[in-house]
Ligand binder design. Structure first.
Ligand code: COA
Length: 369
């Protein structure tokens, strides 16, 4: 197959040349690329770059795929790489991939490249289905996928392999020829400016750096009792923190740290679980470290996250369940503007295998109150 040049507006896709060797070696010798593209040699030397340009890229074209240098159309300077490979027995399904050089990140290069590859594959190769597989923790790439018109399809458990050879989860995004190609909105919007605050607490998305604090909090017996989610182990909670941004983009949950606004200390966590997108109903759950209790912080957090849900995320009903013994949590909810709605017998699965009654509270969008 001849090696096409593709005009992608802000970027141009062109065949690799020897003039790219130094830049490719420098770009690919990068921790993010090493982490998310485990097939690329790391450290990445000029010999690795030369070999790819002489052998790897031509072999990709011969196999019916495409492998481009992504360059600045004005200067021809290397900005990244992009590729497309047929997948499966049918020749009209393909996978696409990309990376951006560290010096060109956060300028729209990957979105422009992904869009150019996708448009080209649909138009020139007659593809009907394009897939884009990202590490389940690679939120940056998932934002690229959405911005390039790909819809999140789901998690392929253990479908990837990391540099150590361990199996990893991949998140699949797909664009069909019949799709509009318009940017796909994330399932839940980001907090404006990345956080919510009322001067008493700050809420921001959980990240990997919070994993130890979250484990310590969730291990407290009184908090563990109210945690109906996955296992309370360092590994599970680490992965939950690492995937928080991906789960947010998926619209599954908004997992946040509650920080003391005065000191920035980790005071607790609060999560919004978007259980029923169809009926636009979500559930919140929260916990505070003992030394931060009794200061109105849980009330602030419940109010802030429910304000955001009702006013910015399009959610109509924010619910919160409380165990019958938990009057403290009911007081938090009343102060945060929730009202008691129902007593649901044996609604909740207990950690001991039994069932627990649930006294349910709700806050409803202003127009339906
Ligand atoms: C992921 C990667 C390709 C993004 O490249 P980029 O050129 O910086 O991306 P863009 O400037 O086009 O940004 C696209 C979106 O990603 C977001 N983004 C970029 N870097 C981000 C980061 N580190 N964290 C969160 N979001 C990020 C941008 O805000 C933008 O989102 P928006 O359109 O909703 O505002 C780049 O970081 C990279 O090369 N990473 C290592 C290799 C890799 O992961 N390749 C993809 C494998 S599937």
């Amino acid at each position: 197959m001849s090696e096409a040049v593709v005009d992608g507006g802000a970027v141009r896709l062109r065949p690799w040349t020897d003039a790219d060797i130094e830049d490719r070696a420098r770009a690919c010798d990068d921790p993010e690329i090493a982490r998310y593209l485990p097939d690329l040699a790391s450290p990445h030397t000029t010999d690795d770059a030369r070999r790819w340009i002489a052998e790897g890229a031509p072999a990709t074209w011969q196999a019916g795929g495409a492998a481009w240098a992504v360059v600045d159309p004005a200067t021809d300077r290397l900005l990244g790489g992009a590729s497309m490979l047929p997948v499966g027995p049918s020749r009209n399904h393909a996978a696409i991939g990309y990376w951006t050089a560290p010096w060109a990140r956060r300028q729209g290069v990957a979105v422009a490249a992904a869009r150019a590859v996708a448009d080209w594959a649909l138009r020139e190769r007659g593809c009907v289905r394009l897939e884009l597989l990202t590490a389940a923790t690679n939120a940056a790439s998932q934002r690229v996928a959405l911005a390039a018109g790909f819809t999140r399809e789901g998690v392929r458990r253990g479908a990837g392999t990391d540099r150590s050879g361990a199996q990893t989860d991949l998140t699949a995004f797909v664009r069909l020829a019949a799709d509009s190609g318009d940017r796909v909105a994330p399932g839940l919007p980001d907090f404006p400016g990345g956080q919510l605050t009322d001067g008493r607490v700050v809420l921001r998305r959980l990240t990997l750096a919070d994993a130890d604090d979250v484990y310590a909090l969730q291990s407290l017996p009184e908090v563990a009792k109210t945690n109906l989610g996955g296992p309370i182990t360092p590994e599970h909670l680490r992965y939950r923190c690492e995937r928080a941004e991906s789960e947010w983009l998926a619209g599954a949950r908004a997992d946040c740290a509650i920080l003391d606004a005065a000191t920035g200390a980790f005071a607790g966590d609060i999560g919004l679980f978007y259980q029923e997108p169809f009926t636009r109903q979500a559930l919140i759950g929260y916990g505070l470290r003992p030394e931060f209790r009794g200061r109105g912080m849980a009330t602030s957090a419940a109010r802030l996250i429910s304000d955001w849900a009702l006013e910015q995320a399009g959610i109509i009903r924010v619910c919160a369940g409380t165990f019958p013994y938990n009057e403290a949590s009911r007081n938090v909810l009343r102060r945060a503007g929730f009202e008691q709605e129902a007593y649901l017998k044996a609604k909740l699965p207990g950690r001991d295998g039994g069932r627990i009654d649930d006294i349910q509270f709700v806050r409803i969008a202003e127009q339906y109150r």
